[in-house]
Design a protein. Structure first.
Length: 164
């Protein structure tokens, strides 16, 4: 009688975290949470690195915006990302967001927790915090929903605002 070793492919060799349960990544969970809160023509505000994946799961019928501005094709050129974030006019981006027609929903997606120790992540966190504060402090939008999703570095906060 011979024994044959069969590997267990149901277990990963990598440490499991709550965001690792779905191989599609946190963008799928973000899109799933936004499906019931946003409609075609609404806006999703997120970091440049998340736009393409969220757009894949949520669709092309929403507008996608980063602290740098509107993203038209879902891609982002990372070559000069730090300089672009440092020179971004976040207040102008926020003003264009709240100037949308009444009833437009704005979904703000932001990673919670400490930024990675890299200049890009620090600048991105600063710009996203500034954009989020502008939305929260605006009298032209009202909060509609907020949810916290599991994810790397403390989780992901999804807030939905509606223009008045």
């Amino acid at each position: 009688m011979a024994f044959v070793a069969v590997p267990d492919f149901s277990r990963s060799a990598f440490p499991a975290g709550p965001w690792d349960r779905d191989s599609r990544g946190p963008e799928f969970a973000i899109a799933r949470s936004l499906t019931s809160w946003t409609d075609p023509g609404d806006v999703v505000v997120t970091s440049p690195g998340r736009v393409l994946a969220i757009r894949y799961y949520l669709g092309d019928d929403r507008d996608y915006v980063t602290p740098i501005g509107r993203v038209y094709d879902g891609t982002f050129d990372f070559r000069d990302r730090v300089a672009r974030l440092q020179s971004a006019n976040v207040e102008a981006v926020a003003a264009r967001l709240v100037d949308r027609p009444a009833g437009t929903r704005i979904a703000f997606v932001h990673d919670s927790g400490e930024p990675f120790d890299h200049e890009y992540w620090i600048e991105l966190d600063r710009a996203m915090d500034q954009l989020g504060a502008s939305l929260q402090g605006s009298s032209e939008v009202r909060p509609v929903s907020a949810v916290r999703l599991p994810g790397p570095s403390g989780g992901i906060t999804v807030q939905v605002f509606q223009t008045q």
